[in-house]
Design a protein around this ligand. Structure first.
Ligand SMILES: [Zn+2]
Length: 294
Protein backbone atom coordinates (compact mmCIF):
# COMPACT_ATOMS: atom_id res chain seq x y z
CA UNK A 1 0.00 0.00 0.00
CA UNK A 2 2.61 2.42 1.13
CA UNK A 3 4.93 1.83 -1.80
CA UNK A 4 2.07 2.31 -4.26
CA UNK A 5 1.37 5.72 -2.77
CA UNK A 6 4.94 6.75 -3.13
CA UNK A 7 4.98 5.46 -6.68
CA UNK A 8 1.86 7.32 -7.72
CA UNK A 9 3.10 10.43 -5.96
CA UNK A 10 6.41 10.31 -7.71
CA UNK A 11 4.74 9.66 -11.04
CA UNK A 12 2.48 12.69 -10.55
CA UNK A 13 5.56 14.66 -9.65
CA UNK A 14 7.46 13.52 -12.72
CA UNK A 15 4.51 14.25 -15.02
CA UNK A 16 4.42 17.79 -13.64
CA UNK A 17 8.15 18.17 -14.09
CA UNK A 18 7.94 16.83 -17.60
CA UNK A 19 5.15 19.24 -18.47
CA UNK A 20 7.25 22.11 -17.16
CA UNK A 21 10.22 20.96 -19.22
CA UNK A 22 7.93 20.50 -22.21
CA UNK A 23 6.53 24.01 -22.10
CA UNK A 24 10.01 25.41 -21.53
CA UNK A 25 11.28 23.55 -24.60
CA UNK A 26 8.22 24.69 -26.58
CA UNK A 27 8.82 28.34 -25.61
CA UNK A 28 12.50 28.06 -26.51
CA UNK A 29 11.71 26.37 -29.83
CA UNK A 30 9.06 28.93 -30.80
CA UNK A 31 11.17 31.92 -29.72
CA UNK A 32 14.30 30.77 -31.54
CA UNK A 33 12.32 29.74 -34.64
CA UNK A 34 10.56 33.10 -34.92
CA UNK A 35 13.78 35.03 -34.32
CA UNK A 36 15.56 33.00 -37.00
CA UNK A 37 12.85 33.51 -39.62
CA UNK A 38 12.72 37.26 -38.88
CA UNK A 39 16.50 37.62 -38.99
CA UNK A 40 16.75 35.75 -42.28
CA UNK A 41 13.84 37.83 -43.64
CA UNK A 42 15.67 41.06 -42.76
CA UNK A 43 18.68 39.85 -44.75
CA UNK A 44 16.86 40.68 -48.02
CA UNK A 45 17.63 44.37 -47.48
CA UNK A 46 21.44 44.16 -47.15
CA UNK A 47 21.49 41.61 -50.00
CA UNK A 48 19.54 44.01 -52.21
CA UNK A 49 21.54 47.12 -51.32
CA UNK A 50 24.37 46.50 -53.81
CA UNK A 51 21.74 45.80 -56.49
CA UNK A 52 20.04 49.10 -55.67
CA UNK A 53 23.46 50.73 -55.88
CA UNK A 54 23.88 49.35 -59.38
CA UNK A 55 20.44 50.66 -60.31
CA UNK A 56 21.44 54.12 -59.09
CA UNK A 57 24.63 53.98 -61.20
CA UNK A 58 22.55 53.48 -64.37
CA UNK A 59 20.92 56.89 -63.95
CA UNK A 60 22.98 60.03 -64.30
CA UNK A 61 22.20 63.69 -63.75
CA UNK A 62 22.96 64.46 -67.40
CA UNK A 63 20.05 62.23 -68.49
CA UNK A 64 17.62 63.79 -66.01
CA UNK A 65 16.02 66.32 -68.36
CA UNK A 66 15.38 63.70 -71.04
CA UNK A 67 13.71 61.51 -68.38
CA UNK A 68 11.65 64.45 -67.10
CA UNK A 69 10.32 65.21 -70.59
CA UNK A 70 9.46 61.54 -71.27
CA UNK A 71 7.86 61.04 -67.84
CA UNK A 72 5.67 64.09 -68.34
CA UNK A 73 4.65 62.73 -71.75
CA UNK A 74 3.85 59.35 -70.17
CA UNK A 75 1.62 60.96 -67.53
CA UNK A 76 -0.13 63.26 -70.01
CA UNK A 77 -0.50 60.57 -72.65
CA UNK A 78 -1.87 57.83 -70.42
CA UNK A 79 -4.75 57.14 -68.07
CA UNK A 80 -2.68 58.79 -65.33
CA UNK A 81 -3.52 62.24 -66.67
CA UNK A 82 -6.72 62.69 -64.71
CA UNK A 83 -5.89 60.67 -61.61
CA UNK A 84 -4.26 63.52 -59.69
CA UNK A 85 -0.94 61.66 -59.71
CA UNK A 86 1.97 63.80 -58.53
CA UNK A 87 5.56 63.02 -59.45
CA UNK A 88 7.68 64.49 -56.68
CA UNK A 89 11.19 65.12 -57.99
CA UNK A 90 13.31 64.99 -54.85
CA UNK A 91 16.29 66.49 -56.66
CA UNK A 92 14.33 69.76 -56.67
CA UNK A 93 11.82 69.41 -53.85
CA UNK A 94 13.71 69.12 -50.55
CA UNK A 95 10.64 69.24 -48.27
CA UNK A 96 10.35 65.44 -47.95
CA UNK A 97 14.03 65.11 -47.01
CA UNK A 98 13.57 67.85 -44.40
CA UNK A 99 10.56 66.03 -42.96
CA UNK A 100 12.65 62.86 -42.61
CA UNK A 101 15.44 64.88 -40.92
CA UNK A 102 12.86 65.99 -38.37
CA UNK A 103 11.50 62.44 -37.88
CA UNK A 104 14.98 60.97 -37.49
CA UNK A 105 15.93 63.63 -34.97
CA UNK A 106 13.02 62.49 -32.80
CA UNK A 107 13.71 58.75 -33.19
CA UNK A 108 15.78 56.39 -31.08
CA UNK A 109 18.66 54.39 -32.51
CA UNK A 110 16.49 51.37 -33.37
CA UNK A 111 13.80 53.48 -35.07
CA UNK A 112 16.49 55.27 -37.08
CA UNK A 113 17.97 51.93 -38.12
CA UNK A 114 14.56 50.61 -39.24
CA UNK A 115 13.65 53.77 -41.20
CA UNK A 116 16.98 53.73 -43.03
CA UNK A 117 16.73 50.00 -43.76
CA UNK A 118 13.07 49.66 -44.69
CA UNK A 119 11.46 52.99 -45.67
CA UNK A 120 11.55 53.33 -49.47
CA UNK A 121 10.50 57.00 -49.38
CA UNK A 122 13.38 57.83 -47.03
CA UNK A 123 15.70 55.88 -49.34
CA UNK A 124 14.29 57.86 -52.27
CA UNK A 125 15.30 61.14 -50.58
CA UNK A 126 18.86 59.75 -50.53
CA UNK A 127 18.69 58.83 -54.22
CA UNK A 128 18.90 55.13 -53.38
CA UNK A 129 15.35 54.08 -54.28
CA UNK A 130 12.13 55.27 -55.90
CA UNK A 131 8.67 54.71 -54.48
CA UNK A 132 5.02 54.89 -55.42
CA UNK A 133 2.66 55.62 -52.52
CA UNK A 134 -0.78 54.38 -53.68
CA UNK A 135 -2.96 56.14 -51.12
CA UNK A 136 -1.30 59.50 -51.84
CA UNK A 137 -1.02 58.69 -55.56
CA UNK A 138 2.49 60.16 -55.40
CA UNK A 139 5.75 58.96 -56.88
CA UNK A 140 8.84 59.92 -54.87
CA UNK A 141 12.13 59.95 -56.75
CA UNK A 142 15.31 61.93 -57.20
CA UNK A 143 15.27 62.05 -61.00
CA UNK A 144 18.95 63.03 -61.19
CA UNK A 145 19.97 59.93 -59.25
CA UNK A 146 17.26 57.34 -60.05
CA UNK A 147 15.63 58.65 -63.23
CA UNK A 148 15.67 55.26 -64.97
CA UNK A 149 13.53 53.66 -62.27
CA UNK A 150 10.57 56.07 -62.51
CA UNK A 151 8.87 54.31 -65.43
CA UNK A 152 8.41 51.27 -63.23
CA UNK A 153 6.91 53.44 -60.47
CA UNK A 154 4.50 55.05 -62.94
CA UNK A 155 3.69 51.47 -63.96
CA UNK A 156 2.57 50.88 -60.35
CA UNK A 157 0.48 54.04 -60.58
CA UNK A 158 -1.18 52.67 -63.74
CA UNK A 159 -1.89 49.37 -61.97
CA UNK A 160 -3.44 51.21 -59.05
CA UNK A 161 -5.50 53.70 -61.04
CA UNK A 162 -6.72 51.64 -63.98
CA UNK A 163 -7.31 48.08 -62.80
CA UNK A 164 -9.30 46.77 -59.86
CA UNK A 165 -7.41 43.50 -60.04
CA UNK A 166 -3.91 44.99 -59.88
CA UNK A 167 -5.03 47.60 -57.37
CA UNK A 168 -6.24 44.82 -55.06
CA UNK A 169 -2.92 42.99 -55.38
CA UNK A 170 -1.05 46.18 -54.66
CA UNK A 171 -3.08 46.88 -51.54
CA UNK A 172 -2.67 43.28 -50.36
CA UNK A 173 1.08 43.81 -49.97
CA UNK A 174 0.88 44.98 -46.35
CA UNK A 175 -1.57 42.31 -45.10
CA UNK A 176 0.30 39.55 -46.93
CA UNK A 177 3.70 40.58 -45.61
CA UNK A 178 2.73 41.63 -42.11
CA UNK A 179 -0.18 39.24 -41.36
CA UNK A 180 -0.55 36.26 -43.68
CA UNK A 181 3.09 35.16 -43.91
CA UNK A 182 3.82 35.71 -40.19
CA UNK A 183 0.66 33.68 -39.41
CA UNK A 184 1.88 30.81 -41.63
CA UNK A 185 5.29 30.90 -39.98
CA UNK A 186 3.84 31.05 -36.47
CA UNK A 187 1.49 28.15 -37.22
CA UNK A 188 4.37 26.02 -38.49
CA UNK A 189 6.68 26.85 -35.60
CA UNK A 190 4.06 26.30 -32.88
CA UNK A 191 3.16 22.90 -34.33
CA UNK A 192 5.07 19.97 -32.90
CA UNK A 193 6.31 17.62 -35.64
CA UNK A 194 4.62 14.26 -36.05
CA UNK A 195 6.48 11.15 -34.86
CA UNK A 196 7.43 8.61 -37.51
CA UNK A 197 4.29 6.99 -38.91
CA UNK A 198 1.97 9.25 -36.86
CA UNK A 199 -0.95 10.49 -38.99
CA UNK A 200 -2.69 13.88 -38.52
CA UNK A 201 -6.22 13.58 -37.10
CA UNK A 202 -9.14 15.80 -38.09
CA UNK A 203 -9.34 18.94 -40.20
CA UNK A 204 -7.41 21.34 -37.94
CA UNK A 205 -4.56 18.91 -37.36
CA UNK A 206 -4.38 18.08 -41.07
CA UNK A 207 -4.34 21.78 -42.03
CA UNK A 208 -1.70 22.81 -39.52
CA UNK A 209 0.43 19.76 -40.40
CA UNK A 210 0.21 20.70 -44.08
CA UNK A 211 1.25 24.28 -43.25
CA UNK A 212 4.14 22.98 -41.15
CA UNK A 213 5.37 20.63 -43.85
CA UNK A 214 5.17 23.26 -46.60
CA UNK A 215 5.76 26.56 -44.81
CA UNK A 216 8.65 27.65 -47.05
CA UNK A 217 6.75 26.97 -50.26
CA UNK A 218 3.52 28.50 -48.92
CA UNK A 219 5.30 31.69 -47.83
CA UNK A 220 6.91 32.00 -51.26
CA UNK A 221 3.56 31.32 -52.90
CA UNK A 222 1.91 34.05 -50.82
CA UNK A 223 4.50 36.47 -52.23
CA UNK A 224 3.86 35.50 -55.85
CA UNK A 225 0.93 37.89 -56.46
CA UNK A 226 3.06 40.77 -55.14
CA UNK A 227 5.86 39.67 -57.45
CA UNK A 228 3.41 39.54 -60.38
CA UNK A 229 2.26 43.10 -59.65
CA UNK A 230 5.88 44.27 -59.72
CA UNK A 231 6.43 42.62 -63.10
CA UNK A 232 3.21 44.15 -64.44
CA UNK A 233 4.39 47.60 -63.26
CA UNK A 234 7.66 47.07 -65.13
CA UNK A 235 5.84 46.01 -68.33
CA UNK A 236 3.60 49.11 -68.13
CA UNK A 237 6.64 51.35 -67.72
CA UNK A 238 8.66 49.63 -70.45
CA UNK A 239 5.87 50.20 -72.96
CA UNK A 240 6.04 53.99 -72.52
CA UNK A 241 9.82 54.15 -72.10
CA UNK A 242 10.26 52.44 -75.46
CA UNK A 243 7.97 54.97 -77.15
CA UNK A 244 9.23 58.10 -75.44
CA UNK A 245 12.98 57.67 -74.90
CA UNK A 246 16.02 57.43 -77.17
CA UNK A 247 17.16 53.81 -77.74
CA UNK A 248 20.14 54.46 -75.47
CA UNK A 249 18.03 55.65 -72.53
CA UNK A 250 15.46 52.92 -73.13
CA UNK A 251 18.29 50.40 -72.74
CA UNK A 252 19.19 51.99 -69.41
CA UNK A 253 15.59 51.78 -68.20
CA UNK A 254 15.43 48.10 -69.21
CA UNK A 255 18.67 47.38 -67.33
CA UNK A 256 17.41 49.21 -64.26
CA UNK A 257 14.15 47.24 -64.36
CA UNK A 258 16.02 43.93 -64.60
CA UNK A 259 17.96 44.76 -61.44
CA UNK A 260 14.66 45.75 -59.86
CA UNK A 261 13.09 42.39 -60.78
CA UNK A 262 16.05 40.58 -59.20
CA UNK A 263 15.51 42.47 -55.93
CA UNK A 264 11.84 41.29 -55.76
CA UNK A 265 13.04 37.77 -56.50
CA UNK A 266 15.47 38.07 -53.60
CA UNK A 267 12.70 39.21 -51.26
CA UNK A 268 10.51 36.28 -52.33
CA UNK A 269 13.28 33.70 -51.96
CA UNK A 270 14.51 35.07 -48.65
CA UNK A 271 10.97 35.16 -47.22
CA UNK A 272 10.44 31.50 -48.18
CA UNK A 273 13.89 30.49 -46.90
CA UNK A 274 13.38 32.35 -43.60
CA UNK A 275 10.09 30.55 -43.02
CA UNK A 276 11.71 27.18 -43.74
CA UNK A 277 14.72 27.86 -41.51
CA UNK A 278 12.62 29.10 -38.58
CA UNK A 279 10.51 25.95 -38.63
CA UNK A 280 13.60 23.69 -38.90
CA UNK A 281 15.29 25.41 -35.97
CA UNK A 282 12.21 25.06 -33.76
CA UNK A 283 12.07 21.32 -34.52
CA UNK A 284 15.82 20.88 -33.93
CA UNK A 285 15.45 22.41 -30.45
CA UNK A 286 12.55 20.06 -29.64
CA UNK A 287 14.49 17.06 -30.95
CA UNK A 288 17.54 17.94 -28.85
CA UNK A 289 15.40 18.30 -25.72
CA UNK A 290 13.81 14.92 -26.42
CA UNK A 291 17.07 13.02 -26.89
CA UNK A 292 18.33 14.62 -23.65
CA UNK A 293 15.24 13.36 -21.81
CA UNK A 294 15.41 9.88 -23.29
ZN1 LIG B 1 7.91 48.24 -57.68
Amino acid sequence: MMSMNVNSLSSVYSIKEEKKKDSFTQAKAVGAGLLASQTVGMAAMPINMPLMGRMAKISSASDADAYRTALKAMIDGSALKNTGLTLIDLSKDKSVAKEFDRILKNSNAFQKFMIKLTNPIYQATKGENAAYAPILNNVFVDIEKMGASVFHELGHALNYNTSKFWKTLQLSRMPVQSLLIPALILTAILKKPKKDGEQPQGFLDKTTTFIKNNVGKLSGLAMLPLFAEEIKATLNGQKYAKKLLSPDLYKKVTKSNIYGAITYGVVLAITAFGAWVGNKIADKIREKAETKQA
